[in-house]
Write a protein of this length. Sequence first.
Length: 403
Amino acid sequence: MLSGDSSHVVVGVSGGIAAYKAVNVVRLLKKTGLDVWVVPTANALRMVGAATWEAVSGHPVYTDPFDGAEDVAHVLLGSKAKAFLLVPATANVIGKLANGIADDMLSTTVLSATCPIMVAPAMHHQMWTNPAVKDNISRLKKRGIHFIGPVSGELTSGDSGIGRLAEPEEIVDSFLSLLNSLDDYSLRGKHVVVTAGGTREPLDPVRFLGNYSSGRQGVEIARAAYLAGAEVTLVDVNLEVPAPAGVNLVKAHTALELQEVLNNLFQDLDILVMTAAVADYRPAIVADSKLKKSQNHLSQIELIENPDILAGLGKLPRENKILVGFAAETAGGQLGIEYARKKILEKQTDILVYNQVGHGRGFGEVTNHVCILDSDGSIMVESSGSKQDLAKLIISNIACFKK
């Protein structure tokens, strides 16, 4: 059951034909890292079954106030959620909400909610324009209930008009904006650039020099920054995992491409988080055709040094910009931290995140351990956990950082 964590939200689904679109809304919300609980009405389950809601949300669904009675499920779901989304909201559910009626699991849960509520209506346009419905909506807006849609378009009856459910992406964007306004460490109005993945330096058309970075930690940091209200640009450096919803995506494959991208972005960013693993060297010559082992082309490869992108940016005048570096070291303990402190001086970062990698640590879908240091080398916080949890920790420390 809900614990009151800031990522918990509730999606209520009523029995309109647009209920099938709510499946995509839940999927998109989950993709942003939110913990989504679904409360469908009995009629909603006639449109989309409980098994589907449980599969997309990862949680059991409660359809009767007597379900989970020992935990008072409707009270816990409503009172512990950070925000509540009704999608689609039929005229019937809107009427119940406006008049304080609580006769099923969804309506009792909504009345128990102490969090902001957003309503995404969907109904035939003649119902939407009915004076009783308009009056109910007016009353709800006066109580501070947020609305998204409906929009004009083709309806299930075959005609067109206002009453169509807003598109899932639009609903999710509006709901996330509502969530962003609630964050304790808000990054609203900030442009955050996150690099994630590992560079690949080509030898020939089929081979490259690379590293084990999948980009998972950087993707989670981009997701956390977006949920904190920032405009986020994620620089995809050969990502092996999907990018989160809502971010701007820019691609770079090599260290030189990454340098060019960041030089173009640097003037207009507020925070740069350099999680990407950048190759120190690249082949001096990139062959036009596949190098042949039989011709001894691979036994000796001349390398030239790549630019130190982070150090180069650290030397630029940056006023209030915050530069965050990462130090992935195989050394652990005090030695690893000393390496990190040396890197802070070399790169002139405001914050540096040190984590130990190698031998099943750091890279890939594993838990991580980080130590966050400030520009003086002092330890701000040290913690272990999932990459999603550590991303939230890193972003919260960045958001409250004072230069």
